[in-house]
Design a protein around this ligand. Structure first.
Ligand code: FAD
Length: 569
């Protein structure tokens, strides 16, 4: 009977294993007690080496079989022959005496080509010598060996072979044969390498991320963390960052991140602070959490499809301490400026009240003096004395006013971005603009050179102009109120346009409005008529010019140019 690849199984079954075949033993396997193979197999099967494929154990069990077994010996042979694992039987020097069909299929060699050859025909020379030495040391001690070798197929392609070699002893316990079983584990190896690479990649990305990343199980145990987390652990002098972040979220945001994750919910950008030992100020973090469902790796879940798996929490904490401090600093600065303004206004009010009270004295005297003259009772000596008193009282009032004049602290010139300053002033005016229903058309130049200038003064300049535009819009009455702000880069200056569609400024007034104490508003309350005069002064300090555009007819357009443009690097 002929089976695969033209090998006659009868012929194979009758292989003359070697010259040591017991005299009288028939060619072919017999379930006969005196056959060496049978007793050796019996020993082998008593304790099959770990890793022996079950189908081989089954095949050899059948082979060794019960002597009274009515099954024909050919069945044992066929079972090994058809086993899906590459099986070979060698003599004690590893010369191949038998190879099954799976061996042919895996190695690419036909049996004719390997019979009589050493198993080393499969070696790719990539397996270290020390592995072979260990293999041989083990099997020569009549013990099984299992390991992994790099084999080469007949076609020249390498594959990773997981090999088990079992010694086969004769009835006298002498080492006679070796049973080799191997399978191709290249794919498993590739997968595990790919998995390792993937893990390394993920770890590299996580470690490079400038945020704290930590993956937790439902019990709050850390499964994975990154360098930033370890750095935070150092900064906190060994106090576990996770415990601090978690309790900060519970106390400051009112929820437990783990409970959220267990419910399959996440959270985003929750800002919390934690105290750092030895530091006066806390560290601020913006925390986000994502619930991650991981498949159950236990065997009990093997057959369960769509298994719910375990909920994990991926916690990200971004250190925003710097940003927070910046906001707090700006807030404090703002508060300080407002307090200073309030103090200044209070001081001015007091000085003006005192001066106006003191001015009453010379005014009363002037009134009395003019009464005296009207009545014809003019006494030149008395009049001269009164004049002296009037002058003195007037000077006292003037001195009071002068003393109240705030001293101007010279501001250092810095690099100024005009767009940014305008945006700040607009932001300060937002409430007023919204309340008045004014539409703001903000058209900043996309690229604007920086100026070397005085920030606070320029901010005041823009505030005067925007306040004026707002007042004009209030006084303009009905219709759609619109304010347009635009910036433009000129050759060596920056241009700022502040435009409103209010009542506009009559031609005759266009220069007068820059004079001190000129007030053209209908509602003069709280107005000193100094805004545009001061604006003019600030513009002059910045080598610039300010004008009311004579060609603009739909309201008022103030055009400001500012010099001191910084040379580009
Ligand atoms: P070798 O010079 O043959 O051997 C390298 C080293 O192995 C030697 O320095 C020595 O320490 C030891 N060694 C080799 N032969 C013997 C011996 N007879 N007695 C004591 N020590 C010895 N190898 C594979 O590469 N792939 C296989 O799939 C494979 N399957 C095997 C299956 C069985 C059943 C057996 C018994 C051996 C198998 N071998 C296999 C091992 C193979 O026989 C060679 O030992 C190995 O391939 C190294 O061969 P080599 O020519 O490179 O070096």
């Amino acid at each position: 009977m002929s089976t695969r690849k033209g090998i006659d199984t009868q012929q194979a079954a009758n292989l003359d294993f070697d010259e040591q075949r017991p005299p009288g033993a028939p060619g072919g396997f017999k379930p006969d007690a005196e056959l060496p193979a049978a007793s050796a197999l019996g020993t082998f099967l008593k304790a099959p080496p770990p890793g022996t494929p079950p189908e081989v154990v089954e095949a050899l069990t059948l082979m060794a079989g019960d002597p009274t077994d009515p099954l024909p010996p050919r069945l044992y042979f066929e079972t090994v022959e058809q086993a899906p694992v590459a099986i070979s039987i060698t003599n004690a020097k590893a010369n191949i005496l038998y190879a099954n069909a799976a061996f042919e299929a895996l190695t690419g060699y036909s049996r004719d080509e390997v019979l009589g050859q050493n198993e080393s025909i499969l070696s790719s020379n990539a397996t270290p010598e020390s592995i072979y030495q260990q293999l041989w040391r083990t099997i020569q001690r009549k013990r099984s060996w299992t390991g992994t070798l790099v084999n080469r197929r007949k076609g020249g392609e390498d594959y990773l072979a997981e090999l088990t070699i079992s010694p086969v002893l004769d009835a006298g316990g002498r080492l006679r044969y070796f049973l080799g079983m191997h399978r191709d584990v290249t794919r498993e190896h590739e997968l595990s390498v790919a998995l390792r690479q993937q893990k390394t990649r993920i770890e590299t990305v996580l470690d490079a991320a400038p945020v704290v990343v930590v993956l937790l199980d439902t019990a709050g145990r850390i499964i994975l963390d990154n360098q930033e987390y370890k750095k935070l652990l150092g900064d906190l002098r060994g106090r576990e960052p996770l415990a601090l972040l978690r309790s900060a979220l519970q106390q400051q945001a009112g929820f437990d991140p783990l409970a959220r994750a267990a419910a399959g919910e996440g959270f985003r950008d929750v800002e919390i602070s934690i105290e750092v030992p030895g530091s006066a100020s806390p560290r601020w973090f913006s925390c986000s959490g994502t619930a991650v469902n991981e498949s159950d790796t236990s065997l009990s879940g093997y057959f369960i499809r769509g298994d719910a798996g375990d909920q994990r929490l991926l916690l990200l904490a971004n250190d925003i301490t710097g940003r927070r401090r910046e906001i707090e600093r700006a807030h404090l600065e703002n508060l300080r400026a407002r307090l200073a303004e309030q103090q200044l206004a209070q001081g001015m009010r007091e000085a003006l009240t005192a001066a106006s009270y003191q001015l009453q004295v010379p005014l009363n005297m002037i009134r009395a003096a003019s009464g005296m003259f009207k009545d014809g009772a003019g006494n030149p000596a008395l009049f001269a004395e009164m004049l002296g008193q009037i002058t003195q009282a007037g000077e006292t009032a003037l001195a009071t006013l002068r003393a109240a004049m705030p001293t101007q602290v010279p501001e250092a010139g810095v690099n100024v971005n005009v767009n940014e300053l305008l945006r700040h002033v607009l932001a300060l005016e937002t409430d007023n603009l919204l309340a008045a229903g004014i539409i703001v058309d903000w058209q900043p130049a996309l690229v604007l050179p920086e100026l070397s200038g005085h920030k606070n003064e320029l901010r005041s300049l823009f505030k005067y102009l925007i306040d004026n535009a707002l007042q004009a819009l209030y006084e303009g009455g009905g219709g759609q109120r619109a304010l347009r702000l635009a910036t433009r880069a000129l050759d060596d200056a920056v241009e700022v346009i502040v435009e409103d569609n209010g009542p506009g400024i009559a031609q005759a007034e266009r220069l007068k409005v820059f004079e001190p104490f000129h007030i053209g508003w209908r509602n003069r309350r709280g107005r000193a008529g100094m805004g545009l005069a001061l604006a003019q002064e600030i513009v002059n300090q910045h080598d610039g010019a300010i004008e009311i555009d004579p060609d603009y007819r739909d309201g008022c357009r103030v055009r400001v140019t500012l010099g001191h443009v910084r040379a580009r690097d």
